[in-house]
Design a protein around this ligand. Sequence first.
Ligand code: GDP
Length: 311
Amino acid sequence: MKRNDIRNIALIAHVDHGKTTLVDGMLKQSGIFRENQKVDERIMDSNELERERGITILAKNTAVRYNDIKINIVDTPGHADFGGEVERVLKMVDGVLLLVDASEGPMPQTRFVLGKALSLNLKPVVVINKIDRPDARPYEVIDEVLNLFIDLGASDEQIDFPIVYTSARDAVAKYDLNDSGYNLKPLFDTIINSIPAPEGDVDGPLQLLVTNLDYDDYVGRLAIGRIIRGSITGGQQVSVVKKDGTVVKGKIGTVYQYESLKRVAAESALMGDIVAVSGIPDIEIGETIADVDFPEAVEFVEIEEPTITMS
Ligand code: GDP
């Protein structure tokens, strides 16, 4: 089954290229394009956003809505130092936004992350940001990005990446630099049209690959990951497949999904959803939460720590 109601994407950007500003803009415009909905009801108050910004950094998961489609955005560490972590984060998504400063161009530190994304066959969208800068040189930067893709051995299909031009500062996106931009609609549309919807078996035995951890004072440790197969319900009995293959039994507490910058309790979640679950106090990254009677691990290859090459 295809989950046409979700897209799972990762944001790859060099520090200061505008990741936070762009996500803030997407949050502010989240839901406003839906018809028959009062615009201002949906826009998050910017003070509220400011207060929650600290949480983003910890949670690293954000969800925005566009035309009844939920876009889960996961952050990727900008540096190659987090080799293993990058691979795990990328396991949650079907596509990546490569955000590049229109003046600075692609930076060597994002090369490793992009290379990983391409080798995992994820669909890339290139976002050229800060087009309002007086020293912006967008066409040259696109050439540099293209060379980077070629260098990294991208497939023909990946090299044919869609491009969106943005000023995250002004919350504006365009398909063409000559267009007048009003909002981020072209970016939302490109994500929906270019990045594949999650596809898999909704009815099969549960598999949730744990790719991140979080902590909550009330419910304790939370396992974060994507449901690879089946569905999960609060209170459900499960098997946990450890990295050495041993299986232990457990019981899910609450299932949470992401809405804006918050975790929201949900009755259940399905294949393709990115969730946080409580109830398994000693869960670790890389383990699989599986059907209680069918403890099958998600294949998960740990990669070697890379060496950063500055070119
Ligand atoms: P991050 O490190 O990638 O999260 O980058 P930030 O979103 O914090 O942005 C870094 C700096 O660039 C901040 O001072 C932003 O105000 C600025 N910035 C972000 N987007 C734009 C843009 O589209 N145009 C201009 N001129 N500045 C921007």
